[in-house]
Design a protein around this ligand. Structure first.
Ligand code: SF4
Ligand code: SF4
Length: 147
């Protein structure tokens, strides 16, 4: 025979206790500074370990495709770019889709020439519906990238 566990009835809450708890929490937080800021008028404080926007040093990229291979979600694709670079004979460079990038830093860690790396930059908002950065855009400072 199957034993059915008896379930205890929940205790009835005492309304005044909940109100007092809420008031206590409110008074504790009343004098604290807000954790939010009025962005973009006010810039948030960026922690040292924070990383987001990926940069690419075109002259240092040897087109080895390691960054593309190690990216766990296909956010990097190699693109042909016709530029003079004796170190990159195949003339291929990575692009990055920031819409899918999870900031795992695999690409930075595997790059043999430190050509690709993540920075503190986080303001990558765009008006066009694409977060795909071409190799040339990755090499530009963010304010020069066409939004
Ligand atoms: S960025 Fe680095 S890992 Fe990626 S293709 Fe260039 S050299 Fe290779
Ligand atoms: S940080 Fe990670 S997810 Fe983003 S492009 Fe590099 S490897 Fe891909």
């Amino acid at each position: 025979m199957i034993k059915i566990k008896e379930i205890e009835e929940p205790k009835k809450p005492i309304p005044i206790l909940g109100i007092m708890k809420g008031m206590g929490m409110l008074s504790k937080n009343l004098l604290k500074k807000p954790v939010t800021v009025q962005y973009p008028e006010q810039m948030p404080e960026i922690q040292d370990r924070f990383r987001f926007r990926i940069f690419l040093k075109l002259d240092d990229c040897v087109g080895c495709t390691l960054c593309e291979q190690v990216c766990p979600n296909g956010s990097i694709k190699m693109e042909h770019l016709d530029r003079d670079n004796p170190r990159n004979k195949r003339k291929i460079y990575p692009d990055v889709n920031f819409g899918t990038c999870t900031v795992c830093r695999n690409c930075e860690e595997i790059c043999p020439t430190v050509a690709i790396y993540l920075t503190h930059e986080f303001q990558t908002s765009r008006t066009k519906n694409s977060f795909l950065y071409s190799p040339t855009e990755l090499a530009m400072p963010e304010y020069e990238v066409k939004k």
